[in-house]
Design a protein around this ligand. Structure first.
Ligand SMILES: *[C@@H]1O[C@H](CO)[C@@H](O)[C@H](O)[C@H]1NC(C)=O
Ligand SMILES: *[C@@H]1O[C@H](CO)[C@@H](O)[C@H](O)[C@H]1NC(C)=O
Length: 450
């Protein structure tokens, strides 16, 4: 991550000009749903793309694997219009069965494609194959979700958000939308007293638990869920199972790559103004992918990926490096700042605006911590890795200690080299990770049916 952030810092002042490339006619639908990727594809085409997945949109990725898709626009309470995807498996849809919805929440600087691009071990398609109703969020600011009821992305105010607003508004609006669309409702929550639990057992037996949805977050996706479930107490009644892949409730352990981040320098750059992060144009993203295709430059790109995720040469398919780099997406400077604050405060807290504004907003000099004890641990599944440089074993242990009970399932991936990014790009993602996700879901479903 350190090298990546430095690389990004250098490009912060690069020109964000569009070079007026003409966009292909048959990519017309791409241009209307994702102008950034359409422009990136047009640019890459000039150099002859080596892989159809390169800068592909989620719609293109889904169709290329023989599935169909729907686009669902979801408006958040604060006006952002998210472009979310739903994978349609023709065969299960024709069966007429009511399919269990699963919402997948992507990480920082990525989008829905994170769940679709690790050929042939993509979690999104695996779950759709198994008969689940798979929904993919694209949070505000990604190249899919740049529309707003009254703000323009050219307006700095559009970028005035961090993972806090994403958790509170984007995730909630999307879950509410899925509930409405699928009819899968809510159920109760919380750490309760024994007598409450006993009286609930009867209730459970007569009210099918299988009417709620499953959410799966990775990296920043887990931060958003932890914020949502602790800041909106009881909201987890909407979830049957909350699968937190590399659960990040603490980020203060600097033994990993996080320790190498030049925090003061980055903080200065990110504080300059509200704007997109990384502040690269489609062309810059595209050139990056094109450069990574050149075998002589591949090692540099491998290093950039390694800088972000940690190095695991056994699990990285080097010949797909440029596909992965072509899928890097945007967030906001303020989100970057909140991440830096998070590293320094260790425990996840509200955004730190400085003493005066903190007093005004929170009534204290320091921003309050999110109360994790309000989350029901019995619904949580943790999946973490031993060589994760971001969600280090110490950070995960701190989160365990801050909960009011043991989590439902706590799986540590046994491969000693498995790192943060391997979740979405490892060659052996199927046996080491996907399989664990599927087993925790199936155990839960089986348990509920008994
Ligand atoms: C953005 O959202 C508004 C309001 O729903 C809509 O009228 C407009 O067509 C959208 N623009 C794009 C580019 O999708
Ligand atoms: C690595 O990627 C190449 C190019 O996409 C593909 O042909 C190959 O099967 C992949 N290897 C593995 C082990 O997945």
């Amino acid at each position: 991550m350190a090298q990546f952030l430095v690389f990004i810092a250098f490009s912060i002042f690069t020109v964000n000009a569009s070079y007026g490339l003409s966009i292909d006619e048959d990519s017309g639908s791409v241009a209307s749903t994702n102008p950034t990727l359409a422009e990136e594809q047009a640019f890459i085409k000039l150099f002859g793309s080596k892989d159809p997945d390169e800068a592909a949109t989620c719609g293109q990725l889904i169709e290329s694997r023989g599935f169909e898709y729907e686009v669902h626009y979801v408006t958040t309470e604060d006006g952002y219009i998210l472009q979310n995807f739903r994978i349609i498996n023709r065969y299960t849809r024709e069966s007429g069965k009511k399919l269990k919805p699963i919402l997948l929440l992507h990480a920082f600087a990525t989008s829905c494609s994170a769940w679709l691009v690790n050929s042939p071990a993509e979690l999104g398609f695996l779950l759709a194959n198994l008969g689940y109703d798979v929904w993919l969020i694209n949070v505000r600011g990604t190249s899919y979700s740049t529309n707003h009821t009254h703000l323009d992305p050219e307006d700095p105010q559009f970028w005035d958000y961090s993972f806090y607003e994403i958790g509170i508004y984007d995730v909630t609006a999307t879950v509410e939308y899925i509930k409405k669309e699928t009819g899968f409702g809510e159920f109760f929550s919380y750490c309760r007293t024994v007598s409450e639990k006993l009286s609930m057992t009867n209730f459970v037996a007569h009210n099918l638990l299988i009417t709620t949805i499953i959410v799966i977050g990775f990296s920043q996706g887990t931060i958003q869920l932890l914020i949502q479930m602790s800041a909106i107490p009881g909201y987890d009644k909407n979830y049957d199972l909350v699968i937190l892949i590399t659960p990040i409730g603490f980020l203060g352990d600097k033994s990993g790559l996080v320790g190498a981040i030049p925090i003061p320098l980055l903080r200065q750059l990110l504080s300059l103004r509200n704007g997109p992060f990384p502040p690269m144009s489609a062309i810059t993203f595209g050139s990056f992918a094109v450069l990574c295709e050149r075998p002589i430059l591949t090692p540099i790109c491998v290093n950039v990926l390694g800088g972000i995720f940690g190095f695991n040469t056994q699990q990285l398919n080097v010949s797909r490096t440029f596909v992965y780099t072509s899928q890097i997406d945007r967030s906001s400077n303020k989100n970057g700042l909140h991440i830096l604050q998070f590293i320094e405060s260790n425990h996840l807290r509200y955004f730190d605006y400085g003493e005066d504004k903190n007093y005004e907003l929170y009534g204290s000099a320091e921003p309050p911590e999110f109360p994790f004890y309000k989350i029901n641990p019995n619904k949580l599944v943790f999946i973490s890795g031993l060589n994760d440089q971001v969600t280090t074993p110490i950070n995960v242990q701190n989160l365990r200690n801050s909960l009011c009970d043991r989590v439902d399932t706590d799986h540590v991936i046994t491969d000693p080299y498995f790192n943060h990014g391997d979740i979405v790009i490892a060659k052996d993602a199927f046996p080491l990770f996907n399989d664990i996700v599927v087993r925790s879901i199936e155990e839960k479903m089986l348990h509920d049916e008994l």
